[in-house]
Design a protein around this ligand. Structure first.
Ligand code: ATP
Ligand code: MG
Length: 563
């Protein structure tokens, strides 16, 4: 793997595949798989693996299987299987009729183990889990051989069959591979192949009470499916000799395991176990909470599949672990939405403005551009009338020097409408500003003054009478610390949950064109960011999730680096 350096580390797997082609390995076939364990919802880390596996298959005219790695009945559920299928498909990948389950191979896996026993390569061991651990040795000292290691083939066959028949209690016996208790690689010290676990499996029910261990089930499943390149994350590097051992001893198709660095993203956690704690502890409102780094959470937040795919392309595939700046993901989201999302006007914190010289009963239809990045997206009409709302933040009674928006006596542009000048500030009994009185210049219709005079700000607005009330949910990072699950930190990662990660605004106003917008529709609210219609929306009361703001911190960072 030294010849990839000049091309950069991001395509070292392609180099391996190219070499395999040259060497006519696997008859030029490329067959990958994505093998999630259905014990939680998929997250952005999985998206990297999905894009890599399905992407390579696509690029090399090969195939990629979707395989549920369902060998642990106690943690797996059908709900997770359904969510995985939905998420991979939503990301844009297809597996035709190649949806497999490791549990489909239980009989075959059992028969292969019988073969290992016959070849004196496996034995039934009566040591408890604790005893096995205690006799495994350490990195610097060898392990001890089990007293059961030299059972006869016949005794092993009999005991293994009786394990399957349910004669023994959980934890009283295991089937172990007979390899080398002195190996420098701990994984090779007679690893467990089967354990007894009398629990129902979500697919096989009570047919089995012994279940294969991951290291055994995974490589054999790969081999059964004819997987040529079995891509997994770096923590499996030390397991590779065992992967190869099983396939060599069984003399079956030799899939090749290749390890790559997992994706870590800052300000979040990418571990199903930890995400489950967030869900179960009520820290978020479910797996698809828009603050979650899950695929379903990102989808609900308004992120597009192509933004995720682009992100995965950009981060590349390397051999060394690293953490990706979440600003890069946000950049990819923005880049995609900028091209496709229609612009609309919405006011999150409304301030009433009465245009005193505008006719009382009049309504005008202002022409607004749907997407300046895509003029083919056309225009729409936005109603304008005497009473409008602008953003509270867009007005200051006593503005500092650098504030160019509305202030007493100052003129600004209303997007697609008129220039207005603030002539009066009306306050309630408590001294809070309740409304502004402005005058408009009828000659500035459309947003330009015929005499060429300029204004320094353009504000978004909605007509009070015509706008719809909406709820808007603003999300911030889920954690306050870039690396909440730093292994060097003893504190629980949940200590760093951002208490302000969700801000719900219930009295927002959006332009009437948004009436009836369906869940999942994405928009740019002018000057505010990208928003997506949440499934919690009701007729006449839409709910929007803020996907991302317009502020591009990534581009800024890149510029700073170049300087
Ligand atoms: P978790 O730690 O979240 O439970 P996992 O690796 O146990 O993750 P699996 O369902 O076993 O989850 O993963 C399916 C595939 O996705 C595996 O091939 C795994 O290597 C890959 N994968 C999981 N997390 C990441 C990640 N952060 N980056 C890249 N690939 C990942
Ligand atoms: Mg796993």
């Amino acid at each position: 793997m030294t010849d990839h350096d000049e091309k950069g580390p991001s395509n070292f797997i392609k180099h391996i595949i190219d070499d395999d082609f040259r060497n006519k390995k696997n008859d030029g076939r490329v067959h990958t798989r994505f093998p999630p364990e259905p014990n939680g919802y998929l997250h952005i880390g999985h998206a990297k693996s999905i894009c890599l596996n399905f992407g390579l298959a696509r690029e090399y005219n090969g195939l990629c299987n979707l395989r549920m790695d369902d060998t642990n009945p106690s943690k797996e559920e059908a709900e997770y299987v359904a969510s995985i299928i939905e998420d991979v498909r939503w990301l844009g990948f297809e597996w035709d009729d190649r949806l497999f389950y490791a549990s489909d191979y239980f009989e075959q896996l059992y028969q292969y183990s019988v073969q290992l026993i016959r070849d004196s390569k496996a034995y039934v061991c009566d040591l408890s889990a604790d005893e096995i651990r205690e006799t495994r040795g350490t990195l610097t000292s060898p392990g001890q051989e089990s007293p059961y290691r030299n059972r006869s083939v016949d005794e092993n066959l009999d005991l293994f069959q009786r394990m399957r028949a349910g004669e023994f209690e959980d934890g009283t016996k295991t089937l172990r591979a007979k390899i080398d208790m002195t190996s420098g690689n701990m994984n090779m010290r007679d690893p467990v192949i089967y354990r007894i676990q009398k629990s129902s499996h979500h697919r096989t029910g009570d047919a089995w009470c012994i279940y294969p261990m991951y290291d055994y089930a995974h490589c054999v499943s790969d081999s059964i499916e004819g997987i040529t390149h079995s891509l997994c994350t770096l923590e499996f590097e030390d397991h590779r000799p065992l992967y190869d051992w099983f396939l060599n001893e069984l003399n079956i198709f030799l899939s090749q395991q290749i390890e790559f660095a997992r994706l870590n993203l800052d300000f979040t956690v990418v571990s199903k176990r930890k995400l489950l704690q967030l869900v179960n502890g009520g820290h978020v409102h479910g797996w698809d909470d828009p603050r979650m780094p899950t695929i379903s959470g990102l989808r609900r937040r308004g992120v597009t599949p192509s933004a995720i795919r682009n992100f995965c392309d950009k981060i590349g595939v390397a051999k060394a672990d690293s953490t990706v700046d979440i600003a890069l993901l946000e950049y990819c989201i923005r880049e995609d939405l900028n091209r496709h999302a229609h612009r609309v006007m919405a006011v999150l914190k409304p301030l009433k403005v009465v245009i005193t010289n505008y006719p009382d009963e009049e309504t005008e239809e202002m022409e607004a551009i749907n997407n300046p990045e895509d003029l083919g997206a056309g225009t729409r009409k936005v109603p304008f009338s005497k009473v409008i709302y602008i953003e509270q933040d867009d007005f200051m009674e006593d503005p500092p020097k650098k504030f160019f928006r509305l202030a007493p006596g100052r003129e600004v542009r209303l997007r697609y409408a008129y220039f207005i000048t603030c002539v009066d500030v009306i306050k309630d009994d408590t001294g809070e500003i309740s409304e502004l009185h402005c005058r408009y210049d009828p000659k500035t219709r459309g947003g330009d003054a015929p005499d060429g005079r300029k204004v320094k700000a353009t504000l978004h607005w909605v007509s009070a009478e015509h706008s719809l009330r909406a709820e808007v949910r603003l999300y911030d990072r889920l954690f306050t610390k870039p690396n909440p699950d730093d292994p060097r930190d003893d504190a629980d990662f949940k200590m760093y949950i951002n208490p302000d990660s969700l801000d719900i605004l219930t009295d927002c106003r959006v332009e009437p064109s948004l009436a009836g917008a369906s869940a999942g529709s994405r928009y740019q609210f002018e000057r505010l960011g990208y928003f997506c219609v949440d499934p919690d929306s009701e007729d006449g009361k839409p709910v929007f999730n803020r996907t991302v703001t317009l502020r591009d911190t990534w581009a800024k960072l890149q510029k700073a680096h170049k300087k």
